[in-house]
Ligand binder design. Structure first.
Ligand code: SAM
Length: 192
């Protein structure tokens, strides 16, 4: 089994939209305890690479051959410094950026929702810094105000965007995932 139930969400998202391919380099934001890392490492296979980041320390996986494909960083993705470390670890552009980041819950929905959207926006900025053209992006966000506006911003940068809630997300939760496929090449500016 996987080390988190969350692993099944990434499996279902990938079944739906083929987010990760063999040989890909994947950046996983909010990766602890590591369920998505396990799924991503399986999907990229022996020629791929996965970089996981979290505020929490992430324990190594038991299987050394799979663990060899995974690098983990401890840090806060809302800090520029951490985003730089991720860029350095990637050493170039990447194929996929996924984020399952979630705030510490206060129980006050409007606050938790706003924090969740802020984390999704940080993930989007990271994706814009790191993703190769044609690359894919997935981000979790709690549904609520400004999610449509955020989705519209993501749509401008990708071939298409789909919002979905995988079965593995608890029924009572209002989380959704934006799956953005095919990062568009930077448009040629006028006058070029
Ligand atoms: N996808 C993971 C898995 O499969 O095991 C589960 C991720 S859990 C739902 C959300 C994670 O987001 C938490 O581990 C939390 O520490 C992390 N997180 C929240 N805010 C963060 C931030 N600012 N920077 C990095 N990680 C953050």
């Amino acid at each position: 089994g996987y080390r988190s139930r969350a692993a099944y969400k990434l499996k279902q998202l990938d079944d739906l939209e083929n987010v990760i391919s063999g040989g890909d380099t994947v950046v996983d934001l909010g990766a602890a305890p590591g369920g998505w890392l396990e799924v991503a490492a399986e999907k990229v296979g022996p020629r791929g690479q996965v970089i996981g980041v979290d505020l929490q320390r992430i324990k190594d996986l038991e299987e050394p051959s799979v663990n060899d494909r995974i690098e983990t960083l401890r840090g806060d993705m809302t800090e520029e410094r951490t985003r730089e470390r991720v860029t350095d670890a990637a050493g170039g552009t990447v194929d996929v950026v996924v984020s399952d980041m979630a705030p510490n819950m206060t129980g006050e929905y409007s606050l938790d929702q706003a924090r969740s959207l802020h984390l999704a926006r940080q993930a989007f900025e990271t994706a814009l810094e790191l993703l190769d053209s044609g690359g894919n992006f997935v981000a979790k966000v709690f549904d609520g105000p400004d999610v449509d506006e955020f989705r519209a911003e993501v749509e401008e940068e990708f071939q298409y965007v789909r919002a979905t809630t995988p079965k593995a997300s608890r029924k009572e939760s209002s989380e959704l995932f934006l799956i953005a496929k095919g990062r568009l090449t930077a448009p040629v500016s006028e006058g070029d």
